[in-house]
Each structure stands twice: as structure tokens, then as C-alpha cells.
Ligand binder design. Structure first.
Ligand SMILES: [Zn+2]
Length: 206
């Protein structure tokens, strides 16, 4: 998760997409509904930037914090930490929602996406509880993230190419600013990112 005050980083959520009963053969396809499957807990964070998030992308993180998840949530809600994210997703899929998508959270730090710096201003940050360098995401974490992301992706028409990892946007920043001082960022692994994206593409095809 995070780093320096105000330029920090961090990671999130749970959902199950259900189709309504097709017992009535005349039921139109648009009756597909999204039912909340995973528990959602609201924990508003005070660590928010000014302005309105444009919500054109989503950044995936892992917290790199040991259990329990309260360690991560408390840190992301602590004014002294200087970090936050929109949601934290525990290993059982429980989502701790810290801010709405339109809020500017402090999860991306020095970052670059689509030719722009400062991804906090235009992306939603999802933190997965745990450290993917040591343990893979649980299936509940992935399904919960999909449940969280799908409505946002549809509402804001987010391109799948704008769903990225913290490490990707940090590396893009370094490439865009080759002479600037920066530090590396190890975050959710490419393997776990691919698992999330594969499940997401599958859910969107349903
Ligand atoms: Zn991160």
C-alpha cells in the first residue's frame, strides 16, 4: 500500500452478478440484476483530495499489511498516514468502502496513465488485503472486486485498458520523467492482476 504523505498509494471489494429467474420465457434480457453478495461496510476516510474524481480508470493494489484487515482500514482512515483508497477487500470478500468513486483518494502517488500524471484525480483505487508476493488473492476477493467494479465500469464507461496495477502506473511515471527522482513500487503481482482481469472479462461477457 502506501508511501509518503500526500503522494501515497494503497488497494479492495466483493460482488456476485446474478441473472433474474428465467422461468418466465418472456422476461426481457434487460432484467439482469446485480445482487450484492458480499458484505459491505462503510468506513469513511478523511484522507481525501480536493475536486471531483473523473473516474476514467481503476488501479489495483495489495495492502501488503498482515491480518487483520482492520490494520489496513485504520491506516487508510488515519489522517496522519496521508494515504487512502476507495475500498479495501478482505480475504473473505468483505468490502470496506472508504469513499465514493467521485472522491479523490490518495492511492496512486507519482503515477501516469494515458499521457497524464496524478492518477488520484481520475482513477478509483482498490486495495486487496494481504500481500500477493506471498499469497494469491482468494476467489472471494476477486469476485467481490468484480461486484464492486462492474457498476462503476458501466456507469463511467471505463475502458478495460484503464484498469491497471499500481506498479504499472508508477513505471509509466518513471518513463515519463526519466530524470526525476523516484522509487520503485512493488504492488499486486502481474499474475494476480491477470486473474482479476480474466474473471472480469468473463463477468462482463455474461
Ligand atoms: Zn499500491
Amino acid at each position: 500500500m502506501a508511501t509518503l504523505l500526500g503522494v501515497a498509494c494503497c488497494c479492495v471489494a466483493a460482488t456476485k452478478v446474478c441473472r433474474t429467474s428465467l422461468s418466465d420465457t418472456k422476461t426481457p434480457a434487460d432484467t439482469t440484476t446485480v445482487e450484492k453478495h458480499y458484505k459491505e461496510v462503510r468506513r469513511p476516510t478523511p484522507n481525501l483530495g480536493k475536486g471531483r474524481n473523473e473516474v476514467i480508470g481503476i488501479v489495483l493494489h495489495h495492502t501488503a499489511e498482515p491480518q487483520p484487515v482492520s490494520r489496513s482500514v485504520n491506516k487508510l482512515c488515519d489522517p496522519k498516514s496521508g494515504v487512502s483508497s476507495h475500498v479495501v477487500i478482505d480475504t473473505d470478500g468483505t468490502r470496506y468502502v472508504l469513499a465514493p468513486p467521485t472522491a479523490v483518494c490518495w492511492h496512486a502517488g507519482k503515477s501516469h496513465l494515458n499521457g497524464r500524471d496524478g492518477c488520484n484525480n481520475f482513477t478509483v483505487g482498490i486495495e486487496f488485503q494481504g500481500n500477493t508476493l506471498e499469497e494469491p488473492l482468494t476467489d472471494d476477493q476477486i469476485q467481490s472486486a468484480i461486484e464492486y467494479m462492474l457498476p462503476i465500469i458501466r456507469q463511467y464507461n471505463i475502458s478495460l485498458t484503464n484498469i491497471v496495477t499500481h506498479e504499472q502506473i508508477r513505471n509509466a511515471w518513471k518513463k515519463a520523467h526519466p530524470n526525476a527522482h523516484s522509487y520503485g513500487k512493488v504492488d499486486i503481482t502481474p499474475t494476480e492482476y491477470e486473474r482479476v482481469m480474466m474473471a472480469l472479462r468473463k463477468a462482463m461477457a455474461q
